[in-house]
Design a protein around this ligand. Structure first.
Ligand code: HEM
Length: 466
């Protein structure tokens, strides 16, 4: 019955022809670049709403803002698509990203009040310290073209570990154990994602990759659990640090307690959700500044005006970075680090009078497509931070700008990300003039691993400012 139900509803929606039984299973295979290109073509050929069949699985591609709003706000489409758990479940467990409704509700109710503005303000010093170190590392590359990505991922991993778990892992200083585990775990995750044969548990289970993955996740779990246990002792003996991480605060909180296992899942979820998204966004911002020297000058002027040439950035300064904040917003419009979000439809979800997303289907929400659509954005591939001037923001078509998703499952780290990225920009532009060979946004061909990135890397060159 279920398959007939899916089939009946899917007929009303356009989509590419598929093979009998297999459907479009082989239409979206290839390297991360090829898959990104194919998915983009699919969203462009079938704007608003389209369908594909992956064997018995019905997947809708959605990019119409009104539909995005319905899907983001409905409890019927609240649960994540099964691939989140299949590929990420082993290290994300029941953390916010993957949790289903009852667990999610309980965890989010405990975490949100703790992750408040006062706590975020206390993180700014940590952001500034690590971005300062980043500047020193970047200085070693002055005068020649290089790829920003590794320096930024090391830096954001240090920041995330210190703010979220209260531990200095020293990745920027060359302590690479955690960096290597996470890097390889994520690599195996997307190697698995991109090979159809590895989607089948019974096939993947026999591979060397699976064994390696289990070993690495075991190491990661042990690391996080030991840390939680150490922190528990600190809390029970009253020897807690002055500046609290999310982990310290969770353990100290008098609200309902999470178990060690639950906290471990949340810590690993936060590390994964925070570090790579912030790193690639930071890289894209610097590439955009390199591509647009006048915008870079305006950012520098703003920074000098607020901080003076040598002043230290403090949390009170952050709201004054109005132009920089527009640069960040425009960057995540063009390059949302998570370009797609996938959900599972739990019960029939009406989109319009004669249009229903049937129970059992999956939806892939094309955030990047709506954010680059000519229908909602004038000259969409032009990098123009002034789209986010207060008087222009009012004109943005509702739900055509959703880099942090929206509705109850919206990103919990949005403010954290904006504060950390502002600190990064202010630190880097004061020291370096940034340049890049990329001439236009259109020229930056993208691929997705876990997050998007350019097919040919984040290539920039730096010059020391006088
Ligand atoms: C530019 C940076 C970031 C962007 C664009 C971004 C975007 C997103 C998006 C689109 C989602 C929804 C994912 C989905 O429904 O599948 C999400 C969820 C989430 N993000 Fe972020 N994120 C960013 C940074 C961060 C940071 C810095 C943190 C933590 C400090 C964080 C923590 C989370 C968590 C925990 C969730 C799951 C929320 C839930 O389901 O309740 N993110 N993010």
């Amino acid at each position: 019955w279920n398959r007939r139900h899916l089939y009946r509803h899917s007929r009303k929606v356009p989509g590419p022809h598929g093979l009998p039984l297999l459907g479009n299973l082989f239409d979206f295979t290839g390297t991360p670049s090829e898959i990104y290109d194919k998915t983009t073509k699919y969203f462009e050929t079938y704007p608003n709403l389209a369908k594909v069949w992956f064997g018995p699985k019905l997947v809708y591609g959605v990019s119409k803002p009104e539909y995005l709003e319905k899907i983001f706000s409905s409890l019927t489409s609240f649960d994540k698509e099964e691939s989140y758990r299949k590929f990420g479940g082993a290290f994300l467990g029941d953390g916010l990203l993957t949790a289903s409704l009852p667990t999610w509700k309980r965890h989010r109710k405990i975490i949100l009040p703790i992750f408040n503005q006062k706590v975020l303000n206390s993180f700014v010093e940590i952001f500034a310290k690590h971005f300062q170190f980043l500047n020193d590392e970047m200085e070693k590359h002055v005068g020649r073209e290089f790829d920003l990505y590794e320096l930024l991922t090391r830096c954001t991993l240090d920041i995330t570990c210190e703010t979220i778990m209260g531990v200095e892992v020293g990745t920027q200083k060359g302590e690479l154990f955690l960096f290597k585990w996470l890097d390889r775990i994520l690599e195996i995750t997307y190697l698995r994602q991109y090979s159809i044969w590895y989607h089948f548990d019974f096939m993947f289970k026999w591979t060397q990759l699976h064994k390696e993955n289990l070993r690495l996740i075991g190491e990661l779990n042990r690391f996080t659990e030991e840390l939680i246990n150490k922190k528990r002792v600190q809390v029970s003996t009253g020897c807690t640090p002055n500046r609290k991480s999310l982990l310290d605060l969770l353990l100290e909180s008098s609200a309902e307690k999470l178990t060690t296992d639950e906290i471990k899942d949340e810590m690993q979820t936060f590390i994964i959700a925070a570090s790579d998204t912030t790193a690639v966004t930071a890289c894209f911002i610097l590439v955009m500044l390199g591509m647009h020297p006048q915008i870079q000058n305006r950012v520098l002027e703003e920074t000098n005006l607020i901080l003076g040439p040598d002043g230290r950035l403090e949390y009170q300064d952050i709201p004054r970075f109005e132009y920089t904040s527009r640069v960040i917003k425009e960057t995540v419009r063009l390059f949302p680090p998570g370009p797609y979000v996938a959900r599972h439809i739990e019960a029939d979800l009406p989109l319009e009078e004669n249009l229903v997303l049937p129970k059992g289907a999956s939806v892939l929400l094309g955030l990047i497509h709506v954010q680059r659509s000519t229908e909602f954005w004038k000259d969409p591939l032009k990098f123009d931070p002034d789209r986010f001037l207060p008087k222009e923001v009012e004109k943005i078509y509702p739900h055509s700008y959703v880099p942090f998703a929206s509705g109850p499952r919206t990103c919990v780290g949005k403010k954290y990300a904006l504060m950390s990225l502002t600190t990064m920009v202010a630190t880097v532009v004061r020291k370096f003039k940034i340049g890049t060979e990329y001439k236009s946004v259109d020229e930056i061909k993208l691929k997705t691993n876990m997050v998007i990135r350019p097919q040919t890397g984040f290539k920039v060159w730096l010059e020391l400012r006088k």
